[in-house]
Design a protein around this ligand. Structure first.
Ligand code: HEC
Length: 187
């Protein structure tokens, strides 16, 4: 019994030494990785080179003539504010509801009011910081006459000195904001 105990102690001692020896030391050899947990796996990083594909690029473009699920944007009026001939549509391609205008007000206050002003008179807080180009005043006759499609495009693509808000404001919300601006212009 005693002998067995000594052996077990000796074994544990050696095992401990083997496991802990050399920790923190540098080695040129690949460490033994008992549970790799998918830490190292073959993968391509964005924009990296590939010698598998003929064109040498790891990032692939969609197969020609295909559309990813949920990405079909065939409705020109809704997604681009344009009609079939590519002209800007004069009014929004949906019925304007009270909810839509309220949603537009909320989104306008978040994304547009800093420049165009809470009252839409072009006197947003940004003027206080000496923004070099005056943001449009939505009560200007010229702006009142802009088509809904043109406004939609200004939000989507940006307009002269105004940045694009495509990333921040969804397509539905862009139309909602326009409906809100129109409701203000009627007053
Ligand atoms: C960072 C400031 C800024 C924000 C935020 C901003 N705009 Fe503008 N916007 C401008 C400026 C500046 C102009 C005038 C651009 C010019 O004439 O160079 C402008 C012009 C416009 C015009 C007039 C386009 C034309 O044809 O003259 C519309 C419409 C417009 N903005 C809508 C919006 C809407 C809607 C939002 C919110 C989603 C928004 N803007 C947010 C700065 C801003």
């Amino acid at each position: 019994m005693n002998k067995l105990f000594t052996r077990m102690m000796l074994f544990t001692g050696i095992a401990f030494l083997v496991m802990t020896c050399g920790r923190g030391n540098y080695s040129e050899k690949t460490p033994i990785h008992l549970n790799p947990n998918m830490d190292s796996q073959g993968k391509y990083k964005a924009q990296s080179e590939s010698n598998f594909f003929v064109d040498g690029a790891s990032m692939r473009t969609p197969v020609e003539g295909t559309v990813a699920r949920g990405e079909l944007r065939a409705d020109d009026a809704f997604y681009h504010g344009k009609d079939a001939s590519g002209e800007f549509i004069t009014s929004a391609p949906m019925d304007v509801t009270a909810e839509m205008v309220l949603r537009g007000e909320e989104r306008y206050d978040i994304y547009c009011s800093a420049c165009h002003g809470v009252k839409a008179d072009g006197k947003g807080k940004i003027l206080f910081y000496e923004y070099p180009i005056p943001p449009a005043n939505f009560y200007d006759e010229r702006i009142k006459k802009l088509s809904d499609g043109h406004m939609f495009n200004a939000i989507t693509a940006g307009w002269l000195n105004m940045p694009s808000f495509k990333a921040q404001v969804s397509v539905e919300d862009r139309w909602a904001i326009i409906s809100y601006i129109r409701s203000l212009q009627k007053n």
